[in-house]
Ligand binder design. Structure first.
Ligand SMILES: NC(=O)c1ccc[n+]([C@@H]2O[C@H](COP(=O)([O-])OP(=O)(O)OC[C@H]3O[C@@H](n4cnc5c(N)ncnc54)[C@H](OP(=O)(O)O)[C@@H]3O)[C@@H](O)[C@H]2O)c1
Length: 321
């Protein structure tokens, strides 16, 4: 077990990929020309390296970001290294369901097919606050925004797979923190309540929702015979802007003393890129990956009834009022 592996997971799997693999290594030799990928939160941390790796292999990559200036800066940075890369920036605020709907409709107007959707954006441990639709911020942004986005782009993913004869893939960024949710898993009766709110448990709950969303969508797509796979991933522990709400001393430790012993963003993006592109994963769906290998989900993460209930509730909460 290597130092990078401080937080668990096998070191190297049978393909030779493990905790120290970078996104560029994970995608090396895989031709993505003609494919289109959307990466949410593609202007910071893991999202930048995910977009860089996908576009470097020829995927037309759309950075779906709330800060379009940062998106343009990321695009310029990617083009410096890969002048031929096709990168677009489009506005998406996952904390507003109207913004998610506008993004989906703007994306459909481009008439682009969609092969890869990476639901990467996220917020962690913020003080209690609500999205524009009145949902608790972490559940609303990390789960509900992505739930609606995926739903609105699903037909394109299916049609693209049909037309090209190549499966489309959805990757959801979860976390090992999905093991550390509230006692009841998803607190359906208090989803938007400040009562008993814990920034840490609420983050874990939202990341559990990502795992359950991937499981349930994978199951439904399999049942209808759609050629679209859906998997969730834990990227590792990486010092990014995600830590902005951590207590100051913890941020300091993460950004200084701990940083040399954890993954950098290029390594953090490896599992997303691997799951989104590796040919060996054809047909693999409803799994949870870390360090480019399948990993065990938490007990709640394997709970099919919980996943079905979350699906119904999410449908209701994201329905157009
Ligand atoms: N870093 C880790 O150790 C770690 C561990 C486990 C899981 N993860 C997961 O990995 C993913 C990427 O995290 P990261 O570490 O790369 O964090 P990051 O650097 O903070 O990037 C997160 C991205 O999400 C975007 N975002 C946040 N709220 C949004 C909203 N309402 N609408 C649209 N975009 C929004 C951010 O935009 P702004 O730049 O505008 O804020 C940013 O681009 C997250 O889902 C996170 O939960 C990370």
């Amino acid at each position: 077990m290597g130092l990078f592996n401080l937080f668990g997971g096998p070191d190297v799997g049978k393909l030779g990929f493990g905790s120290a693999t970078t996104a560029q290594e994970a995608v090396a030799g895989i031709d993505l020309s003609g494919k289109v990928a959307v990466v949410t939160g593609g202007s910071s941390g893991i999202g930048v390296e995910t977009a860089r790796a996908l576009s470097s292999q020829g995927a037309h990559t759309v950075l779906a970001v709330r800060n379009t200036e940062a998106g343009q800066a990321t695009k310029a940075d990617i083009l410096k290294g890969s002048p031929k890369a096709q990168v677009d920036v489009m506005s998406l605020d996952l904390s507003s369901l109207d913004s998610v709907r506008s993004f989906a409709s703007e994306f459909e107007k481009t008439k682009l097919p969609l092969n890869i959707l990476v639901n990467n954006a996220g917020v962690m441990m913020c003080p209690f606050s609500k999205t524009k639709d009145g949902h608790e911020m972490q559940f609303g942004t990390n789960h509900l925004g992505h739930f609606l986005l995926t739903d609105l782009l699903l037909d394109n993913l299916k049609q693209t797979a049909k037309k090209t004869g190549t499966e489309s893939r959805v990757v959801l960024l979860s976390s090992r923190a999905h093991h550390r949710t509230y006692g009841e898993g998803i607190r359906f009766d208090k989803l938007n309540s400040e009562e008993g709110y814990s920034p840490f448990s609420a983050y874990g709950q939202s990341k559990l929702a990502n795992v359950l969303h991937a499981n349930e969508l994978a199951k439904r797509l399999k049942a209808e015979g759609a050629d679209v796979t859906v998997n969730s991933v834990h990227p590792g522990v990486i010092a990014t802007n995600l830590g902005r709400h951590l207590p100051g001393p913890v941020q300091w430790l993460l950004n200084n003393a701990v940083r040399p012993f954890i993954k950098n963003p290029e390594q953090g993006a490896a599992t997303s890129v691997f799951v989104a592109t590796n040919p060996s994963l054809k047909g693999v769906t409803g799994e949870y990956f870390a360090d480019c290998n399948v990993q065990e989900k938490s007990a709640f993460g394997k709970d099919a009834a919980l996943g079905e209930r979350l699906w119904q509730v999410s449908k209701e909460l994201t329905a157009k009022k």
